[in-house]
Ligand binder design. Sequence first.
Ligand SMILES: CC(C)(COP(=O)(O)OP(=O)(O)OC[C@H]1O[C@@H](n2cnc3c(N)ncnc32)[C@H](O)[C@@H]1OP(=O)(O)O)[C@@H](O)C(=O)NCCC(=O)NCCS
Length: 140
Amino acid sequence: MPSIVTREFTIDDYDGATALWNEVEGVEVAEGDAEEDIRTYLLRNPGLSRVAEENGRIVGAVLCGHDGRRAWIYHLAVAHTHRGRGIANRLLQECVTKLRGTGVKRAIILVAGDNTSGRSFWLRHGWEEIPGAFPMGLDL
Ligand SMILES: CC(C)(COP(=O)(O)OP(=O)(O)OC[C@H]1O[C@@H](n2cnc3c(N)ncnc32)[C@H](O)[C@@H]1OP(=O)(O)O)[C@@H](O)C(=O)NCCC(=O)NCCS
């Protein structure tokens, strides 16, 4: 059985990760996700974003970074063919361990309102809802 390797997300993983994000439910490839944007993001947050790879194919991916005060995790996804094998758990633990090393005290995620499965995944992993907070945004 081929083994799954988890490692740092590099810009060479962009096409594979984008293909994965486009194929799964609950992740929206949006502004900030163009190749140059992701390159900049990875350079600003070295070593924090992760991929899972099997035989050269990206089967899991997550973006992770921080601004010095809060950490943010985006686009956690695992291919349908590889779910239920602990890959998301592995990627997430790697992110959290590395974030702890940065000294940042709190991490935030945004879950799409209709992503009930994603929401239950985060709740199961100890993430808490933020009552009274309304996500807001502005296109720059
Ligand atoms: C959510 C997702 C990343 C889980 O990936 P996965 O590799 O199958 O998850 P794992 O096998 O690592 O599961 C780890 C644990 O979470 C549990 N789990 C997995 N998916 C779950 C879900 N949707 N709800 C609740 N628990 C879940 C597993 O049972 C396992 O529990 P255990 O450690 O007690 O055995 C995957 O289903 C996915 O890509 N979903 C679509 C994208 C998405 O919604 N991402 C989140 C965006 S906010």
